[in-house]
Every structure is written in structure tokens, then in C-alpha cells.
Design a protein around this ligand. Structure first.
Ligand code: PRP
Ligand code: ZN
Length: 296
């Protein structure tokens, strides 16, 4: 019997992207046997195997075709590309995923007299992102020394290992608690779906299917279904306020010829402001509900 062809995807085992990456696959209709301590997790209802690995290792899994898809931070992906001597050139970012947002920044101690990027000339910079930092310094024609550290980069200035640091910043609390101030943003990053060059047509079909499901999940998460009643005379004003909705459905209300019901999918944020503006335009009985799935 021919073995079933299965798509393989690598995601972060633990860390800032792990839970949301797993949740995203589950929302895309992939139900996983819950064995998170293992390297490999088989999907029960989709020909997909999920590798749970360190995000640093995901580009190599893709380059060696152990996996065809991966979810990791752009920071980790672009750093591997920057240092990879072409090894990771064939990997492509398919889709930003909207979570795991952070930035790679240069931060200096409070008492460091920082004026511009020129202030880094001749300084020692500690980082886990040598590739991206070196490219940034080169682009700005700055000559500085880079010290590579695996972790705890934020303590480097205090221990006199370095003058300044270049590290990931998310909430900024690590910088604050270490007396550091963010000065330059080198890269804005979020989780991203990456793929290698898929040659097997069956695998390519599966990858397309899971990618379009993920797109649909992200779209649904950003969209809301709005229902409201509108005076017939205010319909144009109300349509103008509905955010990111091309053509709402307008239906008669039984027994009323001065009012209609309006239903619309809004693909942009629906905030209190939006609802207040709808009300001010004459809308009443406004309901905003989440959308679970959408497919064109
Ligand atoms: C990153 C980074 C900082 C921290 C910043 O580390 O190196 O230490 O997060 O986040 P904050 O701005 O919200 O404080 P991470 O948690 O990824 O762990 P690592 O340094 O051990 O890789
Ligand atoms: Zn850290």
C-alpha cells in the first residue's frame, strides 16, 4: 500500500509564538493529538504532521525539506537569511499572521549620551541578532563591534560586556527594568507563515489548502457582522459609516415602510466610535457579532 502523502509544518514548541501558532492550526480545522512533549504531532483529520521545535531551527527544517511550511517570527527568519550564505534564500514568507508582534531595537543605558546612530561609532553592541544588526550598521556606514550573546542580552551593559544592546522589544518592560532606553528600531516583526519550494504536487495542494484556511481564519477574526435598523431616508448616511463593507444587504421590515434592516460584513475594526456614529446617523437596534469562518 502506498503511504499517504502528508504535509509537514514546523512551529515553535514553547515561547512567545507557541500557543497562538497551535491555536491557529486548530482554528484552521486541524485537530492534533495532544502530545506536546513530542517532536512530532499528527493531525487526525488532515494529512498534516506538526513538528514542535525551537524557532531558530525552523529555517533549517525548511531548507532541508524536513518540513514544507513553518511558522516563526520574521525576526528569527530574517536573521537566518542574513547569516545563511544563501542557504535560506529559496524560503519565502507567505503570510503575516498578526500575532507575536515585536521589534528589534537598539537600546542604550539611561546615562548614555545618544544623539544619533553616529553615537554608536566605536561602541560595543551586544545582540543575538548579529546578521540583522551588522546589515543595519553597514547600511548606515557605522563602524561598531558586535558581541553575540544567546540570551540575557539586557544585562550586558551593566556587566560591562557591551556599551549598548540590540534586542527584541515587545512590551518594553525588560528595557525599563534594566535601565535601558530604546533608540533605533531595526525591524518590526510578527509571526509569519514561511514555505520552501514545494515540488510534489500533492504536497503543494495540501499547502495551498492550509494556507487558504489560515487566510480565512485571519480574515474572519478581523471581521464583524453588523445588523441594524435604519430609517429608509438615512440609508446612504449609514452605509457611509459602515467600516470596510462594500455592499450591505438591505431588507424590508414587516409592517414598516419608513425603516429597513441592514446586514453587513465589516472587514475593519468595529469600535464603540463606529457604533456611536451609526447611531448618530439614525441607526437603531445595532448588533455586532463575531464571525467564526468565512470563505469566498
Ligand atoms: C525577548 C527579549 C527581551 C524580552 C523583551 O526575550 O530578548 O528579553 O523578550 O520583551 P518585553 O519588551 O515584553 O519585556 P524572550 O522572551 O524572547 O526570551 P529570550 O531572550 O530568552 O530569547
Ligand atoms: Zn530576552
Amino acid at each position: 500500500m502506498r503511504e499517504e502523502t502528508r504535509l509537514k509544518i514546523a512551529i515553535q514548541k514553547s515561547g512567545r509564538l507557541a500557543d497562538q501558532s497551535l491555536a491557529l492550526l486548530e482554528k484552521s480545522g486541524v485537530s492534533l493529538a495532544k502530545s506536546r512533549d513530542q517532536l512530532l504531532c499528527r493531525a487526525e483529520n488532515f494529512p498534516l504532521d506538526v513538528f514542535l521545535v525551537r524557532d531558530d531551527d525552523i529555517p533549517a527544517f525548511l531548507a532541508n525539506n524536513v518540513c514544507q511550511l513553518g511558522i516563526l517570527g520574521q525576526n528569527a527568519f530574517l536573521e537566518k537569511q542574513a547569516l545563511g550564505n544563501g542557504k535560506f534564500e529559496s524560503l519565502a514568507q507567505l503570510l503575516p499572521l498578526g500575532y507575536g508582534k515585536c521589534r528589534l531595537s537598539i537600546a542604550v543605558p539611561h546615562d548614555f549620551a545618544y544623539k544619533s546612530i553616529q553615537s554608536l561609532t566605536g561602541k560595543v553592541i551586544a545582540t543575538s541578532y548579529r546578521g540583522l544588526l551588522a546589515a543595519y550598521l553597514k547600511q548606515h556606514d557605522i563602524d561598531a563591534d558586535i558581541v553575540t550573546m544567546e540570551g540575557a542580552v539586557e544585562v550586558a551593559p551593566r556587566t560591562h560586556l557591551a556599551d549598548v544592546i540590540c534586542d527584541l522589544v515587545s512590551t518594553g518592560s525588560t528595557l525599563v527594568s534594566n535601565g535601558l532606553v530604546e533608540k533605533e528600531v531595526i525591524l518590526r516583526s510578527e509571526a509569519v507563515l514561511v514555505s520552501n519550494k514545494i515540488t510534489d504536487p500533492v504536497i503543494a495542494g495540501l499547502a495551498d489548502k492550509i494556507t487558504s484556511r489560515i487566510k480565512a481564519v485571519l480574515r474572519a477574526e478581523n471581521s464583524r457582522y453588523i445588523m441594524l435598523n435604519s430609517p429608509t431616508a438615512s440609508l446612504d448616511a449609514i452605509k457611509a459609516v459602515l467600516p470596510g463593507s462594500a455592499s450591505p444587504t438591505v431588507m424590508p421590515l414587516q409592517g414598516r415602510d419608513d425603516m429597513v434592516a441592514v446586514h453587513a460584513v465589516c472587514e475593519e475594526g468595529v469600535f464603540w466610535n463606529t457604533m456611536e456614529a451609526l447611531k448618530a446617523s439614525g441607526a437603531s437596534s445595532i448588533l455586532v457579532v463575531p464571525i467564526e469562518k468565512m470563505l469566498d
